[in-house]
Design a protein around this ligand. Structure first.
Ligand SMILES: Cc1cc2nc3c(=O)[nH]c(=O)nc-3n(C[C@H](O)[C@H](O)[C@H](O)COP(=O)(O)OP(=O)(O)OC[C@H]3O[C@@H](n4cnc5c(N)ncnc54)[C@H](O)[C@@H]3O)c2cc1C
Ligand SMILES: NC(=O)c1ccc[n+]([C@@H]2O[C@H](COP(=O)([O-])OP(=O)(O)OC[C@H]3O[C@@H](n4cnc5c(N)ncnc54)[C@H](O)[C@@H]3O)[C@@H](O)[C@H]2O)c1
Length: 441
């Protein structure tokens, strides 16, 4: 039987962050992984997606300046871009496992399940530890409809060697809007079918409407208030049908949400409670078994399920086990980005939350489309909504091609409590989105 101080189940961002921190605190620590070392983000999530986003950004930037000195890009060479993506993803899991081992972290391949509160079984071994961290993440959910076997997931999309001529996305959350934007820029005819008329429901409603309008002008078809009931296949094409709508397409991606990886862990053997939304934790990330912590996407929580949040929680759980954190977990405002063309990003208090407390918050809308920064790149749209408490910025939502960087700057102002007056006196490289901050805040 192997024995460790701490065993972490799941080697994604939450798990490996905790492992590094525990090792630095001189704990004997091991990670258990049943699939790809590094988890979702570097293998089938953020990173491969952003390689495709690089192609989209380059093409869209050129197209914006078509007739202003640049030749339009008619389509992206998908097989080349996909091969470029594989230069990142193919070597990653093996190289990452070696890196963990070189740092003195144990790496065990296999699917972990609890035998009792102190022991798990994985890869044919029984492993004992004083504490465990569960960081098993989520997997794509598949709609339970007729012909569900034809539905593809974000993982399949990111592995496509050739781009299908047409594609249909079910759902209108992060994954659908990002992958649809990439496929549209690469030359596929794209439809997004959504069961209600409120895509990206955690983002600002007005800016989401602007985003949908901009996507529509680029040729993406949105079909709202439609429940898809059946997918059938004939001659290699698919018929997608539901109430009031049907269409033929070459590829159907189900992007209606992700589900926590909890069922195979035999959590009942360790007294750990969980539900449909994940593992229940207290404000110290402890499960209902106090020597077992949980962090990352597998946790039932209000925070968005992002790598930044998973990493923050991994560090906190490790600090808690090391006795270095007596306080409850206190999250800074998370920055969420939808990497479409344009991008939509937000941090802190939303305009909807501000509207519910008008005595406390003030909302300011800014249309930046005519600002030099955006006009020089001929961007189709650039808008922001800012939330203030007194003179202090408390929240921001931005729609433009630089929204990811701009909202990161705004999040720094929010987190550090930097007000308008201080922002006006910062001396930053100009003209850039950073030097615009003085006009924006
Ligand atoms: C297409 C896509 C794009 C994304 N883009 C972004 C983005 O741009 N920015 C962002 O912040 N977030 C993004 N995310 C979300 C981000 O990937 C996750 O928030 C992050 O990976 C969560 O980390 P985690 O460690 O909690 O889980 P994961 O990264 O999912 O890792 C969990 C690991 O646990 C393993 N595991 C599961 N069960 C067991 C078991 N029983 N035994 C052993 N191992 C097990 C899994 O194989 C997996 O490797 C994206 C997600 C997807 C799907
Ligand atoms: N850029 C990023 O940070 C990024 C990118 C991709 C994924 N992610 C993470 O992955 C998670 C999963 O992404 P996602 O897009 O699958 O989930 P999501 O929760 O963002 O969106 C799912 C969408 O599907 C809709 N839906 C639910 N049931 C449906 C049904 N029966 N029919 C039609 N539509 C239905 C929901 O209303 C929602 O709009 C995100 O919540 C996020 O945490 C983050």
């Amino acid at each position: 039987m192997e024995k460790y101080d701490v065993v972490i189940i799941g080697a994604g961002p939450a798990g490996f962050t905790a492992a590094y921190a525990l090792k630095a605190g001189n704990k004997r620590v091991a990670l258990v992984e049943e699939d790809l070392w590094g988890g979702t983000c570097p293998n089938r999530g953020c990173d491969p997606k952003k390689v495709f986003v690089s192609g989209m950004e380059a093409a869209e930037r050129s197209n914006q300046l078509a007739g202003r000195g640049l030749v339009p890009v008619r389509s992206i060479r998908w097989p080349e871009l996909a091969a470029f993506k594989r230069t990142f993803t193919d070597p990653f899991p093996g190289a990452f496992r070696k890196k963990l081992q070189s740092r003195g972290i144990g790496t065990i391949s296999g699917s972990a399940k609890f035998l009792n509160p102190r022991q798990i079984e994985a890869g044919g071994k029984i492993i004992e530890a004083n504490a465990f961290i569960i960081a098993t993440g989520q997997r794509p959910g598949i709609l339970d409809i007729e012909g569900k076997g034809y539905l593809k997931t974000s993982t399949d999309f990111l592995d496509l060697a050739e781009l299908p001529p047409s594609m249909t996305f079910l759902g209108a959350g992060y994954i659908a809007l990002e992958l649809a934007s990439i496929a549209n820029a690469a030359g596929s005819a794209v439809t997004i079918i959504h069961h209600n008329d409120r895509p990206l429901k955690s983002f600002d409603k007005d800016l989401v409407s602007d985003m949908v309008r901009t996507f529509s002008k680029k040729g993406i078809l949105f079909v709202f208030n439609t429940d898809i009931r059946e997918v059938s296949c004939r001659d290699g094409r698919f018929l997608v049908s539901g109430n009031r709508y049907s269409e033929k397409t070459d590829y159907v991606v189900c992007a209606t949400g992700r589900i926590p990886n909890v069922e195979n862990l035999a959590l009942e053997n360790a007294g750990i409670e969980y539900g449909r939304r994940g593992i229940a934790v207290n404000e110290y990330l402890q499960t209902t078994n106090p020597s077992v912590f949980a962090c990352g996407d597998v946790v039932d929580k209000k925070q968005p399920r992002l790598t930044s949040v998973a990493t923050f929680e991994g560090n906190y759980a490790a600090a808690k086990i090391l006795g270095a954190a007596a306080h409850k977990i206190a999250y800074p405002p998370a920055v969420s980005v939808v990497y479409g063309s344009p991008k939509l990003a937000q941090a802190g208090i939303t305009a909807d939350e501000a509207a519910a407390a008008p005595e406390r918050y003030r909302v300011r809308e800014v249309d930046m489309t005519s600002w030099f920064t955006y006009r020089r790149m001929n961007e189709p749209i650039s808008k922001a909504k800012l939330v203030y408490e007194g003179e202090r910025l408390k929240g921001a939502c931005v729609l433009n091609n630089e929204a990811d960087d701009l909202v990161n700057y705004l999040a720094l102002l929010i987190q550090k409590g930097i007000g308008r007056e201080e922002a006006e006196h910062m001396m930053l490289g100009s003209p850039t989105i950073a030097s615009d901050l003085r006009y924006l805040v």
